[in-house]
Design a protein around this ligand. Structure first.
Ligand SMILES: [Zn+2]
Length: 73
């Protein structure tokens, strides 16, 4: 059985779907949702000041950033 994969929105690497981390933030009035690998999540969390845990769209736990990361567009 082949496992589903996803492509990280930050580094562009293909990873296993179950390792996907959801990250959300607001840009203007829009809520942006990104799929990150755990490495990128760590870096984004370190770079952004305030981080909250929220319920994700696909995952039970997602990360909400108080401001948009500079390196994800
Ligand atoms: Zn990544």
């Amino acid at each position: 059985m082949s496992e589903q994969s996803f492509t990280c929105d930050r580094c562009g690497r293909d990873r296993l779907r179950r390792q996907m981390k959801e990250v959300m933030f607001e840009e203007g009035r829009e809520r942006i949702r990104k799929q990150l690998c755990s490495t990128c999540l760590d870096e984004v969390m370190r770079a952004s000041g305030e981080v909250h845990g929220i319920v994700g769209q696909e995952k039970k736990a997602a990360i909400h950033l108080s401001r948009a990361p500079d390196d994800i567009r």
